[in-house]
Design a protein around this ligand. Structure first.
Ligand SMILES: Cc1cc2nc3c(=O)[nH]c(=O)nc-3n(C[C@H](O)[C@H](O)[C@H](O)COP(=O)(O)OP(=O)(O)OC[C@H]3O[C@@H](n4cnc5c(N)ncnc54)[C@H](O)[C@@H]3O)c2cc1C
Length: 496
């Protein structure tokens, strides 16, 4: 067994962690990257599973398996998070979005204004090989969605991934290269895999971190119960960067004694640093949908297109304003989805998903035990804001979705149905997530209302930094993968 000593340990090789590790190695920093999931090596070696590479649909094989357990009156929640090098960028929808300039300016953090972030966003888009689908690539279903949006009066947009753009409907911007979901391991780790400054320790779960007299020690979970292929026993470092994601990062902090002292004691953890907001402020874009059965004619068109080539389920997106968008900026995503086969994702139906992009509701994540093999308690608190902001935005969005489905281009290809109920009870019953949870160790300028400072440093602990979506004080109006990559770029820059 090996005991490693390094300058920096990065915990979690996901969307942001792979970026930080790659950028630090490029800057000649010695890095050990510890990832709970497997590493299938460089992309060019061809060992990555087909399902992980295939960008036509979400991948499901490498997941932590978190879920809510039974909930009276509705289906249980699943809480998808990838467990693989590349993290969620390796199994997600590969939709690239950045939100609106006002999102980052709204954080009010030194070094994180939109203008200061523009170079990091540009770097993220370039490395992730982001591009917008061309008209000629529109699938039979999504071509109809574009026509429907046009007839419903939407601006047809080619700037959906632009910090300065507002409402519009168009073909999506994606990090898909020749049908491959381009993940951060390909984009940021492959270029430095040959470097002696990088050691990737895969299939290894970090339990906790501890500050000693001469630096940090990183405790690994009991290897006898994991499938670890590496021979590493312990790691010490000058600094630790936590990039274990929105559930993993607060869980490691809590197991390390950083959190609300009473709650920590209640699960058998001795408090080290009082930081009550660790795990609080969990939020996501809540989502509901409207949908219809496909006519046999459209099904045939799609089947023929699948035989000819690449047919993604998701390809178009609308950004719209609800009655709650008092700042004049879009607060809704409407995105049609149509499975290319009878998958469980859409139940064989065409859906228009509707997401509230400015959620006011908050939840929390908290460890259930000091044992890292036990899942944390995760409560998203969807639609719990007392002002019913999120509910109202979704209600307005559902009406827009029904209007879109009713346009001739779509109505002709879908089986007529009574438009879905948009009453509040139905929205509460059906609300789903948009896979975008963030905010569980938020940055801030006041330690009383934050967990990390504006450089991602955990308050009260020198040499411990967070670098993932947990840092977001408020979610941007965007799918969160490119923002996660941007955070990785920004924190790496602050560290070098
Ligand atoms: C199904 C799905 C679809 C999505 N679709 C899109 C999309 O189309 N576009 C978009 O922009 N966003 C999408 N998202 C959201 C986006 O992918 C995430 O917000 C983003 O990847 C989060 O990045 P992260 O670095 O914070 O965390 P992650 O990418 O989750 O990385 C965390 C990493 O840390 C590892 N880890 C966790 N705990 C430990 C531990 N204790 N020890 C060692 N390693 C650990 C994990 O295995 C993981 O690799 C989707 C997400 C999901 C789940």
């Amino acid at each position: 067994m090996t005991d490693l000593s390094t300058e920096v340990v990065v915990v979690g090789g996901g969307s942001a962690g792979a970026v930080v590790a790659g950028r630090l190695v490029e800057a000649d920093v010695d890095v050990v990257l510890v990832e709970a999931g497997p590493d299938y090596g460089p992309f060019v070696d061809g060992r990555w599973p087909a399902e992980i590479l295939d960008a036509t649909a979400l991948a499901t094989t490498h997941d932590w398996g978190y879920h809510s357990g039974p909930i009276p009156g509705r289906e249980p929640w699943s809480r998808e998070r990838a467990r693989i090098l590349g993290g969620c960028s390796a199994h997600n929808g590969a939709i690239a979005a950045v939100g609106h300039a006002s999102d980052y300016d709204g954080w009010g953090l030194p070094g994180w204004s939109t203008d200061e972030l523009r170079p990091f966003v540009a770097a993220a888009l370039e490395r992730m090989r982001v591009r917008t689908y061309a008209d000629a690539e529109a699938t039979p279903f999504h071509a109809r969605c574009l026509d429907a949006a046009r007839s419903a009066g939407w601006r047809i947009a080619s700037d959906l991934c632009d910090l300065d753009a507002n409402e519009g409907f168009g073909l999506e911007t994606v990090n898909v290269v020749d049908g491959v979901r381009w993940n951060t391991a390909f984009a940021y780790l492959d270029p430095v895999r040959h470097s002696p400054g990088l050691r990737i320790v895969a299939e290894t779960v970090v339990d906790r971190v501890e500050r000693g007299a001469s630096g940090w020690s990183v405790s690994l979970a009991d290897r006898s119960t994991s499938a670890g292929t590496d021979d590493v026993r312990s790691i010490t470092a000058d600094a630790v960067i936590l990039a274990a994601g929105v559930y993993g990062t607060p869980s490691i902090l809590q197991r390390s004694g950083v959190g609300d002292p009473d709650r920590l004691r209640s699960v058998g953890v001795e408090p080290v640093v009082e930081s009550p907001l660790v795990g609080a402020n969990l939020h996501d874009h809540p989502m509901v949908n409207a949908g219809r059965e496909l006519t046999p004619g459209l099904r045939t068109e799609i089947d023929e297109a699948v035989r000819r080539g690449f047919v993604p389920e998701e390809q178009t997106l609308g950004k719209a304003r609800s009655s709650r968008a008092t700042d004049g900026i879009f607060d809704l995503h409407l995105f049609p989805v149509c499975a290319s086969a009878q998958t469980t994702l859409t139940g064989g139906r065409a859906l228009v998903e509707v997401a509230c992009m400015t959620p006011a509701s908050r939840g929390q994540v908290h460890i259930a035990s000091p044992d890292p093999s036990q899942a944390p308690h995760i409560d998203h608190g969807y639609l719990t804001d007392p002002s019913a902001h999120d509910l109202t935005v979704l209600r307005d969005g559902l009406a827009m979705a029904e209007e879109l489905l009713g346009q001739p281009a779509l109505a002709a290809a879908l089986v007529p149905e009574r438009p879905r109920d948009v009453d509040d009870e139905a929205i509460h019953r059906d609300v789903q997530h948009y896979f975008h949870p963030v905010g569980t160790t938020p940055m801030g300028t006041d330690p009383a209302t934050s967990v990390c400072d504006h450089r991602g440093r955990v308050n009260g602990l020198d040499g411990l930094v967070v670098a993932d979506v947990s840092l977001m004080p408020q979610i941007p109006r965007a799918n969160t993968n490119i923002p996660a990559v941007m955070i990785g770029e920004r924190i790496a820059d602050l560290l070098t």
